[in-house]
Design a protein around this ligand. Sequence first.
Ligand SMILES: NC(=O)c1ccc[n+]([C@@H]2O[C@H](COP(=O)([O-])OP(=O)(O)OC[C@H]3O[C@@H](n4cnc5c(N)ncnc54)[C@H](OP(=O)(O)O)[C@@H]3O)[C@@H](O)[C@H]2O)c1
Length: 219
Amino acid sequence: MATAIIGTGNIGGTLARHLARGGEPVVLAAKDEANAAALAQELGELARAASVEEAIAEADAVVFAVWLDTTKELIATDARLLENKVVVDPSNPLGFDESGQMIRTLPEGQSAGSIVASLLPADTHYVKALGTLGADSLASAANREPRRAVLFYSTDDDAAAPTIERLIRAAGFEPLKAGGLADAGRIEMPGGDLHQAGLNGALLDLDEARAAVAGEVPA
Ligand SMILES: NC(=O)c1ccc[n+]([C@@H]2O[C@H](COP(=O)([O-])OP(=O)(O)OC[C@H]3O[C@@H](n4cnc5c(N)ncnc54)[C@H](OP(=O)(O)O)[C@@H]3O)[C@@H](O)[C@H]2O)c1
């Protein structure tokens, strides 16, 4: 089955390119279906565009590559379609104030992951992932040599883990579990010590990433 990517902007568009290049079929949806259609056309036979609802229905894994408030709205509308699916959430608790300044939209200590997970049906397989790098690094660091860059994930769900590991590898990165849902804030920004922003922009290989999960600051 395909992976649905909802949102084809900085993160969703990059992931769609990486996954299609890695041999994974993707179904793309955006607010304006023409945007998803244009990207699907560019990516060729492994990609197609659909409405949000069609994309979710066709997929076994759904990446919500949209802003947190949009993720909340889409889950409210499409909760039943998400039953038994793996839901991948790259969102950060970020927004903009009146002067265009980036601000945290949730209280300190509350992760976007905890909010998204709480809205999903009980049998949805939730994983926080694919938002741990800035979009530029996500685009440029796939298939890094000689050692792949790590993408962290966190989940309490045993069924979600193999799916996200497969997708991260297909996208050209090395997966590493950073803990359970309670640790989602560690891989979000602002504030997450394992988010690229909390690592001063560093991209970690597997050994460095394991040390960072254990709380050892990378050299
Ligand atoms: N940008 C980063 O560096 C970065 C890094 C890590 C994590 N993240 C997180 O990743 C998420 C996406 O960020 P982004 O920078 O990729 O955002 P973005 O470039 O603004 O793209 C947002 C996408 O969401 C789509 N969208 C909006 N409303 C929708 C709806 N109702 N139904 C379906 N699609 C809808 C838009 O569709 P249209 O194309 O039709 O407008 C667009 O493709 C955010 O939660 C962000 O916090 C971003």
